[in-house]
Design a protein around this ligand. Sequence first.
Ligand SMILES: [Zn+2]
Ligand SMILES: [Zn+2]
Length: 161
Amino acid sequence: MTVFLYNGTALLSAYLFMEFVAWFSHKYIMHGFLWKWHKDHHINDMKPAQVRHEEGFVWEKNDLFFLIYAVPAMILMITGFAVQEFILVSVAIGITLYGMTYFIVHEIIYHQRLTISFLQKNHSNYMGAVIRAHRAHHHPKNKKDFDSYGLLIFPFKHFKS
Ligand SMILES: [Zn+2]
Ligand SMILES: [Zn+2]
């Protein structure tokens, strides 16, 4: 039996790098040539809260991006275990943890597509700022607001409400 050794630096670097990947793909791909997949996410968010509540959970074409981002993590994970290269496995875990964070913060805490009430109230200062930054992207008051393409890293101004 092989002892599983993970590499914390590789894991954390992959996690942080994914915030860059998410920012980059949101800005240049989702609001670029794959806008046709991202559009329904913005349209659903324009609906009044009451309508969204009545509709319940609806799939969005935008959810396809989760599948796409899962592929490199799966390939790295399988390859890493196959060749016993735990740096690859650690990178795969970092990518996966980022995907889970994105799901919890973006789909559950911000868009409330599923009701998990303990996550949806009593936000920390930081989570409050995450929410304001993403709200600025969906409901911009000016052109610069719309520019909040990142999820966890965003302009400092969102800390002061
Ligand atoms: Zn967007
Ligand atoms: Zn959103």
